[in-house]
Write a protein that binds this ligand. Structure first.
Ligand code: HEM
Length: 412
């Protein structure tokens, strides 16, 4: 029998807990450094049971729930997913069990580490071209000039979508993930409306492809020629995957890169060490992914039948909420969890989730982060927040440094 389960009504929850558990946009979490508040939520109530279900905040429970086959990501009653601008379950996130395994078997090889490593020269060249655009000025707004264009260009190129689609797709994705709706229902309705418009756009791109007999070396071509049990995917299924990838892949790397660069710009002593010894860059990125947790929480999950998570009973139909960000600062797993230690041994963070729905794009994301930041450091080793300006963060589903003004000695 667990003694650390807090039973609480929604009305009695702290604003911080509401912001985490039902994504209430109440501004309670300090967006600049939310880690201490997230840590306090877990320390106070590692497991929260409220009217709709159960929330897990500690690493052990988060891992157990993420690996429990009775906890699924499509609402077992309605089949309708939540929060991604779609009324249809998205492939692969809203599939479970055997059908999820089959989709991941098709998709995983496309994002395998060796395949992603081949992208390094192209990512480095793109980073270099972007740096050319500001190196001579001695100043840059790294969010707009680096963190947005680099991952979006890599992603759209890999995807096979024209680069001119970038602003429209970013706008659709923003209207889905961070619209003006106040209640959960309003936000969902606005998100689904934006998602439908985005699907019209994606379908047009697919139809353009269908109209040509040429083959292309990109994901869109691959999706169009996927075979599942001998059948090609339908147009609806291809648009569905395109929708999923646009939401999951278009700016999660932007968010992560902006958080990491904001931290490095304000911690020169660590940055100097990393610049002097580039072998420290990969572990520094891992440690900052842990502490910053740019995707703080998982999407909605439900118990499909009565089950339990490390002794906590979960009833069929109940919502299950998982908090990656609080698991990432759990002192049961990490020593001095709120401190950044770039030499932290065995850093088994869950910034890319865990269990069945672990991020498909993590190898691509890690590669982009490492190569882009390495190239920036080669050209501009010393940078700081521009005097009289400040870094601005936003937390809307994902956490991002949306204004990142830096200065540096003009570089060739
Ligand atoms: C640093 C960047 C990224 C972070 C922090 C991140 C994080 C995550 C997280 C936390 C999940 C689990 C969501 C949940 O449990 O509800 C996830 C799933 C997923 N991510 Fe990522 N992601 C990143 C980049 C990408 C990229 C670049 C792509 C695509 C190319 C991508 C594709 C996906 C897909 C398809 C899933 C669903 C996997 C499944 O359900 O089996 N992600 N990601």
């Amino acid at each position: 029998m667990r003694t650390d389960v807090t039973e609480i009504g929604y009305e009695d929850m702290s604003p911080e807990l509401r912001a985490l558990i039902v994504y209430e946009g109440n501004g309670a979490l300090d967006v600049v450094s939310p880690q201490a508040a997230i840590d306090a939520v877990r320390a106070q109530s590692p497991v929260v049971r409220w009217e709709l279900g159960v929330g897990f905040f500690g690493m052990d429970d988060v891992l157990a729930a993420a690996k429990n086959p009775d906890i699924v990501s499509a609402n077992p009653q309605t089949g309708v997913p939540f929060g991604m601008g779609s009324e249809e379950p998205l492939i692969p996130l809203h599939f479970d069990g055997e059908s999820h395994r089959r989709f991941r078997k098709l998709l995983d090889p496309l994002f395998a580490p060796k395949k992603m490593a081949l992208l390094e020269p192209a990512i480095r060249k793109l980073a270099d071209e972007l740096i050319d655009g500001f190196a001579g000025a001695g100043q840059a707004e790294l969010h707009d000039q680096f963190c947005v264009p680099l991952p979006s260009t890599v992603f759209l190129t890999l995807f096979g979508m024209p680069l001119e689609d970038m602003p429209a797709l970013i706008e659709f994705k923003d209207r889905i993930l961070k619209n003006e709706g106040v209640t959960m229902e309003e936000r969902e309705a606005l998100g689904v409306a934006a998602g439908k418009e985005m699907d019209v756009h994606l379908r047009r791109r697919l139809e353009e492809r269908r109209a040509t007999a040429a083959r292309f070396d990109d994901l869109l071509d691959t999706f169009m020629h996927f075979e599942l049990d001998g059948d090609r995917l339908s147009d609806d299924e291809v648009v569905n995957i395109m929708h999923m990838f646009t939401i999951a892949g278009l700016d999660t790397v932007t968010s992560s890169m902006s958080c990491i660069l904001a931290w490095l710009a304000t911690h020169p002593e660590v940055r100097h060490r990393v610049v002097a010894d580039p072998s420290l860059l990969a572990p520094t990125i891992e440690e900052l992914m842990r502490v910053e947790s740019p995707v703080p929480s998982g999407g909605a999950r439900w118990a499909v039948r009565d089950t339990e998570v490390n002794g906590v009973p979960v009833k069929a139909g109940e919502l299950v909420f998982l908090c990656w960000a609080s698991a990432n600062v759990d002192p049961a797993v990490f020593d001095r969890p709120l401190e950044v230690d770039i030499e932290r041994p065995g850093n088994r963070h869950v910034a890319f989730a865990a269990g069945f729905h672990r991020c498909l794009g993590s190898h691509l994301a890690r590669n982009e982060l490492r190569v882009a930041i390495d190239q920036l450091h080669r050209r501009i080793p010393d940078y700081w927040v521009t005097e009289g300006e400040g870094i601005r963060f936003e937390l809307a589903g994902v956490r991002q440094a949306i204004h990142l003004p830096v200065s540096f000695a003009p570089a060739p």
